[in-house]
Design a protein around this ligand. Sequence first.
Ligand code: CO8
Length: 260
Amino acid sequence: TSPKLKVDFDQSSGVAVMHMQSPPVNSLSLDFLTEFCIGVEKLEMDKSCRGLIITSSQPKVFSAGLDIMEMYGKSPERCGEFWKGVQEMWLKLYSSNMVIIAAINGSSPAGGCLMSLTCDYRIMADNPRYSIGLNETQLGIVAPFWFKDTMVNTVGHRATEIALELGLLYSPSEALKVGLVDLLVPEDQVLTTATQTMTKWLAIPDHARQITKSMMRKPTIDRLTSNREADVQNFVSFITKDSIQKSLRMYLEMLKKRRG
Ligand code: CO8
């Protein structure tokens, strides 16, 4: 299978750009998550890499979130493996010492939004056709506590409560207003703006920035690391329920119909 990521590392600036290229919509399958985690780990261990920009090579979509086919009709064991991969991605990104900027050049629902939320800064293409948000309830599923925590840490408790209960997907301008993204730019400037913004972040001494980042995020990270196994069990028993499988099937059918 062809690589799902293309990583360009510029030694002189210390900045890597990771292009997600998993057609059609960069959905987060177990294969994708495994490759993604290895890619981030490699950069993390390379002391000369100080910044990471995450973007998409697919047109119109940053990431469609978790691959729904990984949660539909799969064995409990496989669901557990998948969920560990999702946890691993979140832990790697949210606790990274690198400056991570999301260059969101397309729609970013659910897991795609989560991935963006783990970054230090979010720049989105100002195209009203794109949307971003944690829309889990619209699929009849529930965003786990650490998805919720990451959102609360970004936009606050009340905005998160409304967004999660309704499964809101925000347009770029709404997302900017609520603080879900930090900056909107024309579509063709997302990557160049991310690179310029990175320079500003990298002007701060690494150690001071890293300790500060850790201070802000550690309680949230500790909550998952001390509950990882229970969180896997919880996911597996929830997602394998007949009623939840039925909700997912209906959502998949709706996705297909909308297209036709
Ligand atoms: N997983 C698997 N397949 C997907 C996904 C996905 N997340 N999203 C889209 N696809 C498929 C479509 O079914 C379609 O397949 P096909 O070509 O066979 O018909 C193909 O990808 C292309 O999709 P579209 O035609 O819809 O492409 P568009 O460019 O029109 O739209 C979007 C792109 C906006 C990304 C749109 O596809 C979309 O809205 N997708 C659904 C996104 C979504 O709701 N994701 C939620 C996933 S759940 C999650 O991430 C967190 C779960 C937390 C678990 C908690 C449980 C306890």
